[in-house]
Design a protein around this ligand. Structure first.
Ligand code: NAG
Ligand code: NAG
Ligand code: NAG
Ligand code: NAG
Ligand code: NAG
Ligand code: NAG
Ligand code: NAG
Length: 689
């Protein structure tokens, strides 16, 4: 059936083509907008399961857990108003391009062929500058210039709602407006502060600051969304007024709006900077050596007040943006050199997500990093979540890995955990690091003991910090004694892939234990415990010799490691091999690497290799660990499949690490999103050169 004349069809297709944006280097399942810490995590949903395909205009930004955190952008060009962000009503600008780097999401918009806009969301990441990294803030920078040779009259608008301040829209918001130096800000917060509490994973305490430069031509309004937006659309300015009827977030939706009159805009253009962020003097509660105490946000050591931090951050744009660009370039060069564009596509998308699950706390002398196990259960500093994430910290600044491990050591060395094995996490829900004094945490003994030993040595080798090994030697020995008991024939237990169920004699888990024993022999040697070192080394050698028979289906064609001993038709990603190379142990024989590299391509599905024979789903992080130590061609297979998946997955939430290798969708009932484990994308770059 033909619904239109051929000529008109051709025309509408042209229009359609013109309305399409390019996506470079890929069209991700969700686009990070302001992603800096567990409570500053706003994204644009993209994938076809509910996203609009990656267009900034026409869809509201959301917090990672999917409730709207409305953020609006409008532009008025020669008296006509357009929408560039969110869905406030006016016609949308035409998005022509989108690009992401490790720290930035950049949209290019065409406004009626008259002006072009570049809209940059920058969540700065400064792994070697903890003062800057400690600030829970993000930038929005908008450039506008004329593209038709004429001068245009332009006004720019942006607002946020109070949805940013609480997960419960019936909570009462309060606000005020002011100036810090020459930075104008709206401050918005919960009238009743609920320290250390969350609703739907949003933080229920602290102060939100939404700022811009106090320039000539700036107007503002705090008031009902329809008032502020209609006033701007009609007039291009706001009345500099404040509604003081503090009320529920959803009651006549108060918005916090800025309008900037750019006046005549020519080809040289004009720019506006906004920043958004959260200040919480006290960030977490923590059961350390001295008891259960609130821990301050690290930035409080560097700034006397919220406003000092707000002003510093806003005025720091050029430095902060340069440091972020340096990191973008470093990652880009290293990733391309190591494995090509597909690798960069994956790695650069993972950076803000991994760092965005962490928060720097304490003081410069006693600094901690607390990490939230986002979306799976909210646990704090989960050992088997730090482990898959740890390559990004090792690559960017190994000290960050130490700061993640320190509170786990401190709590357990103070005798606050009763089990022989290593604790699973530091507390059941962020931001409460209460520990597990009864020892009733999620039991994952072999996994967590292996992870702690491996990561501790990885940090010490990269930082040449053998004192750290001596400091924790007793704990490491205790955990290793558990590894000696359990690694050869692992008891029936869950591994980090707990969603797949418990199993005895897991081949990959056994390998982790054995590699960790070998790692302990290195730790012993580095700390002058030569007798221990010899003993651990010889036991590890006996174990791996047995494993080579127990864990390998030698008669299979091609041969491969099994999922569990003796189950010859089973297989799984042997991702724990990674630590052997990471720590330069030279422990697992090279034929095991070669065998696995030959095997994986024989079980490749459309979007990758299944995690194991129990399901068709896989883990992106473990594929990246596996790829890092595979042959070049098998490595390229993994990276190509994963980059293709990023471009095509129907999932529309922040990058999942768990997806079906045939459909590219979530496995039923398992929606993991925005998890820091994607820091594992840096596995290849974290290997010793
Ligand atoms: C947008 O960025 C592109 C690429 O950097 C540049 O060529 C263009 O001039 C920019 N446009 C505006 C409005 O800043
Ligand atoms: C953390 O503990 C406090 C009590 O100290 C409690 O009010 C709060 O709800 C807890 N937060 C979470 C997210 O469980
Ligand atoms: C637009 O501005 C004029 C003059 O400042 C004012 O009288 C009018 O009420 C404004 N219109 C709206 C819709 O706010
Ligand atoms: C922090 O460490 C420095 C250098 O080790 C020391 O001089 C200073 O007194 C310490 N500050 C506090 C508050 O402990
Ligand atoms: C583990 O494997 C060994 C050797 O095949 C076997 O003797 C033992 O029964 C297995 N353990 C379990 C719990 O199945
Ligand atoms: C080696 O370690 C095992 C297990 O801890 C222990 O039983 C044995 O005595 C040790 N041997 C030596 C020579 O230290
Ligand atoms: C598994 O394969 C090994 C050799 O690869 C063989 O010795 C063993 O008997 C096989 N086990 C089963 C249950 O078939």
């Amino acid at each position: 059936m033909k619904l239109c004349h051929l000529f008109l069809c051709a025309l509408s297709q042209l229009a359609l083509a013109a309305a399409q944006s390019t996506f470079t280097p890929a069209r991700p399942p969700a686009i990070p907008l302001a992603v800096k810490a567990p409570y500053l995590s706003t994204w644009l949903n993209v994938g076809s399961d509910g996203g609009n395909g990656g267009y900034l205009a026409g869809e509201w930004p959301v917090f990672w857990s999917n409730q709207i955190t409305a953020w609006t952008g409008m532009i008025r060009v020669d008296d006509t108003t357009y929408t560039w962000m969110g869905d406030p009503g006016p016609q949308a600008v035409t998005q022509t391009a989108f690009q992401y780097t490790s720290t930035k999401s950049i949209f290019t918009m065409d406004v009626a062929g008259k002006v072009e806009m570049n809209i940059t969301f920058l969540s700065p990441i400064t792994p070697n500058d903890l003062k800057r990294q400690s600030l829970v803030f993000s930038y929005l920078h908008v450039d506008v210039s004329s593209v038709d040779g004429k001068v245009h009259d332009v006004q720019l608008y942006s607002d946020i709602t109070a949805e940013w301040i609480s997960g419960d829209r019936s909570n009462i918001a309060q606000w005020d407006y002011g100036q810090a130096g020459d930075v104008a800000y709206h401050r918005v917060y919960r009238q009743t502060q609920q320290l250390f509490s969350e609703v739907d994973d949003q933080g229920e305490w602290g102060y939100w600051y939404w700022s811009t430069d106090q320039v000539h031509g700036l107007t503002y309004q705090a008031g009902p969304s329809t008032d502020a937006r209609n006033t701007f659309a009609a007039n291009g300015s706001l009345p500099n007024s404040q509604d003081t009827n503090y009320r529920a977030i959803s009651d006549n939706w108060p918005v916090f709006a800025f309008a900037i009159n750019l006046g005549p805009v020519d080809e040289w253009g004009s720019g506006v900077l906004f920043s958004i962020g959260l200040t919480q003097d006290e960030a977490v509660q923590y059961e350390g050596a001295d008891g259960y105490d609130p821990v301050p946000s690290l930035w409080t050591s560097y700034f006397d007040s919220d406003l000092a931090a707000v002003e510093f951050f806003h005025k720091d744009y050029s430095t902060s943006s340069q440091l972020s660009t340096d990191l973008d370039n470093q990652i880009s060069q290293d990733a391309i050199a190591a494995a090509g564009q597909d690798y960069l596509t994956i790695a650069s998308l993972s950076v803000r997500q991994a760092f965005g699950a962490t928060q720097l706390c304490g003081t410069p002398n006693t600094t901690y990093i607390f990490l939230k196990e986002i979306s799976s259960d909210g646990n704090m500093n989960t050992v088997d979540v730090i482990f898959p994430a740890h390559p990004i910290f090792l690559y960017t600044n190994p000290t960050l890995l130490k700061l993640l491990l320190d509170p786990l050591y401190e709590n357990q060395e103070a005798g606050k955990y009763p089990n022989l094995w290593a604790m699973h996490d530091l507390g059941s829900h962020y931001p409460n690091a209460t520990g597990h004094p009864q020892g009733n945490d999620e039991e994952m003994p072999l996994e967590e003991c292996g992870d702690m030993v491996i990561m501790t040595l990885a940090y010490a080798l990269r930082s040449k910090d053998t004192a750290y090994l001596s400091q924790h030697y007793a704990k490491l020995e205790q955990w290793t004694s558990f590894l000696l008991d359990d690694s050869l024939y692992p008891a029936n237990q869950i591994s980090t892939d707990d969603f797949a169920g418990a199993l005895a004699n897991q081949t990959n888990l056994a390998l982790k234990g054995m590699i960790a024993i070998k790692a302990m022999s290195v730790i012993s040697s580095l700390t002058g415990n030569e007798a221990d070192s010899k003993n651990y080394s010889s036991i590890a050698q006996q174990y791996i010799n047995e494993w080579e028979t127990l864990g390998v289906a030698h008669d299979a064609n091609p041969p491969h490691s099994t999922l569990a001993y003796g189950s010859n038709s089973s297989y799984g990603l042997l991702y724990n091999l990674y630590a052997d190379k990471e720590l330069s142990l030279d422990f697992v024989p090279s034929w095991v690497y070669d065998m696995q590299s030959t095997f994986y391509p024989t079980v490749e599905n459309k979007y990758g290799v299944p995690l194991d024979t129990r399901h068709t789903y896989t883990k992106a992080d473990w594929q990246l660990f596996t790829a890092a130590v595979a042959s070049k061609s098998t490595q390229q297979m993994f990276l190509k499949d994963l980059a293709t998946w990023i471009n095509e997955t129907p999932t529309n939430r922040p990058l999942t690490d768990l997806y079906d290798t045939d459909t590219g969708n979530y496995p039923s009932g398992l929606t993991f999103v925005a998890r820091p484990v994607m820091g594992g994308a840096f596995a290849l770059l974290a290997l010793p050169s």
